[in-house]
Structure formats: C-alpha cells, structure tokens
Design a binder for this molecule. Structure first.
Ligand code: FES
Length: 122
C-alpha cells in the first residue's frame, strides 16, 4: 500500500530516512498477524479525541502507524508491516529502491520451510 503523508511528520526508524521521497511511503498490505489485507486507512476528523492516521487490518483490528515505519499501535499483530524503500528516478518515476524491510506476511507462513514438511513433499 502506498501513501502520501506529510513528510514533516515522518519519524522513520534508523537507516530509513531516504526511503520516503516527498513523504511517499510504501508498506506490505499483508497483515503480519494472520495474513489478511490491511485494507483500511483511518483519517481522523476530530483531532482532539482521535489519534493520528493509521493503517488498519479489519480482521482483528491490528493498527499500524505509517509515520513510524509501520509499527504496531494496537491489536494482535506481533511485528510492524514490512516497509518498501522508495526512490524517484531521474525521469520522475516512483520506484522501489530495494526489498522489504522484513519478511512479508505472518510469521507462521514459513511452515513449509520446516525440514519435516520438506521430506514429505519430496
Ligand atoms: S489478520 Fe490482521 S489483525 Fe488479524
């Protein structure tokens, strides 16, 4: 998912300062809890009573902060949304500048890589 945020409000983790050209950020849309689509973007209309904008997975309401590297602010997800580094090339095209910051999807998606499963598949 790609968002255009106010660059002045970004507080990216160390080493990611160049990943957000002009305030544009990109994250995996696959929830790190159970793999559902992070399909909602919360845009508060009443700043005095509601928190900042957020990416939300409607399945179990995991909430991710797009201003801080996709960190989890609420719900059962155990790790941030993986972030994709972006760049704008000489022709003005928005491009991925590398791979995701971490494994995409929930942690249990690696069960196929367990040695016992591989033996059965051969
Ligand atoms: S799959 Fe996203 S909160 Fe559970």
């Amino acid at each position: 998912v790609v968002l255009h945020l106010d660059a002045r409000e970004l507080k990216m983790p160390p080493g990611r300062s160049g990943w957000t050209p002009r305030g544009i950020v990109a994250y995996s849309k696959i929830c790190t809890h159970a793999g559902c689509a992070v399909a909602l973007f919360r845009k508060p209309t009443f700043p005095t009573v509601e928190p900042q904008e957020a990416l939300i997975c409607p399945c179990h309401y995991s909430t991710f902060n797009p201003f801080t590297g996709g960190t989890v602010t609420f719900g059962p997800a155990g790790r941030p949304l993986p972030q994709l580094p972006l760049e704008i090339d000489a022709a003005g095209h928005l491009r991925a500048a590398g791979n995701f910051s971490g494994r995409v999807g929930p942690g249990w998606w690696n069960v196929r890589e367990q040695p016992t499963f591989r033996k059965r598949a051969v």
